[in-house]
Design a protein. Sequence first.
Length: 250
Amino acid sequence: MFHPMEDRIYDFTALLSSLLAVIIIFFIGSIIRYHRRYVRLQRERITAEIKSLENERKRIATDLHDSLGPLLSTVKLNMTSIEVNDPRDKQIIAKSGKYIDEIITSMRQISYDLLPNTLERRGLIEAITEFTNHIGHNDLLEVNVYAMNKITPDPEKDIHIFRVIQEIIHNTLKHAGATKLDIGFSEDEKELLILVHDNGKGFNVEKAKQNSSGLGLKSMEIRMDIMHGSVSIHSVPGEGTHYYLRIPLG
């Protein structure tokens, strides 16, 4: 038997369901688009802040190297040229010269930490190798840096990679209690792979990320995200730590 009222109710229900489905799909799509835009803007903001920070580091490093360094050397030269007869005065001048030498050495180390000139002149691998020599802990930690093949230079990414490796080395020296650290580079047509391993005591990765002491790990993840890369950390207490870094080329 034909029931026009039931047909109209069915049609209305179907229309309402379709309209509701379209609204839900549109709403979900809007959320996804908003989230992607938010992530993109966050990445752009963080990238701009880090770029500004690196520029400021470069300026300070240049000032330390080109201005304060020669000035301190001149002060030492003038001071040691002073003729004195009193043995105590000679001793004071000699000690002051030694203090100035220590200041110059510390200043050079600070300048290098702020911006390694080797990174711009000779590339990433040489810069990291030189940094491991500059830290002056080779008697406590043996660091091996090697590349399986030729690494394509990328100035925009190299500074981020250097900072990430720098953070790993600092963490190893401070917390790992390791005697050996291996840093290996390998590149194919798609990505740069960096494997870092120490033979230290290991740590709880998730706990470290949650604590304030995990700020270095968060900074590493931010820099890797800027490069559209990824970092995986595998560590077991008592069995050392492995870092796996993947950075897409181009």
